[in-house]
Design a protein around this ligand. Sequence first.
Ligand SMILES: [Fe+2]
Ligand SMILES: [Fe+2]
Length: 371
Amino acid sequence: MANEAELQYLNDREILDLLFSYTPRIAEERNLDSLLVLMANLGRTLVQADRCSLWLLSEDGSELWTKVAHGISEIRIPSTGGFVGYSLRNDEALLIPDAYEDNRFDSSVDKKSGYRTRSVLAVPFKNSQGEVMGVFQAINSLHGCAFRQEDLEHLRLIAVYSAKSIESAQLFMEQQRTQNEITLILGEAAECRSHETGNHVNRVGEMCYTIGRYLGLPEEELNTLRQASSMHDLGKIGIPDNILNKPGRFTDEEYAVMKNHSTMGYEMLVHSRSQLLQKAAAIAKFHHERYDGKGYPTGLAGEEIPLWARICSVADVFDALTNKRCYKDPWPREKVIKIFDEERDKQFDGRLVDILLEHLDEFYAINEKLP
Ligand SMILES: [Fe+2]
Ligand SMILES: [Fe+2]
């Protein structure tokens, strides 16, 4: 509060500029935490507060939580507590000149953090069903006095906007979660049919993610890679049971049928317009190609094989070798290293083998984590 004396209230033009500078960023943001930070920053600048936070009602309605009280990490309070709880329960905006003079004030957060709350604004906001879903709160006007009625109106304005943005971010996250679950269920369905026990598709997803991370792929792509690779054997759903689960060696005819799982998986996925399923289709088709061109189904070689399929090939074989299957025990570590060493630039992309062998403990840790 050092510059109280020279601090001016924002004029209409400055408020408009501020809103225009934030709206595109807010509209683009799909991550809920980052969105809350953006909204809180906007609120703080708009009403010239020391701190600003968006409190959201927990799913069971018992708590209010915020990740963005400025300078403080996540806080949870009972949904009945303090000004925020009052504002939420009564759907009422509050303008409090001095918190300690008001018996609705809950000073426990101050006590924990060593902060001193003075003036407060609290504005509830509603979801599209008209239910109050959270409260926008500003603390301590930088002007050293109480907030003005005008500040309250400004906060009310962006609270309405916040509710819409938060709802769409929540919806987006929900969609992502569902998509994630569906891809895993699909992958597991194929795995179950082939009696592969344990978490094979989960582990392959994690291993692909790890290889991709060491390759420097961006986070968003890594998440898609993890999901898409869990469907690599989806086509096994279409392989007859007597072949898929044959205990002994395949005859040439049987092997030819078995190999069809790559193109079958591709056919099942490729007609989708979803980017994720398009990637999954390519992985399903090419995960048995070899770097030297001697794989199936097309015999593509080297960099002609899509990168994600090359990654999945390494992860899939590593997982098969290092875990127990109905027909074999896990291979000893030395033997696993030897085979990958020998198959560098033959079966596998050498660059990916290097990543695997350099960070081998990390890949074994995935086996431990997902037995
Ligand atoms: Fe396969
Ligand atoms: Fe597999």
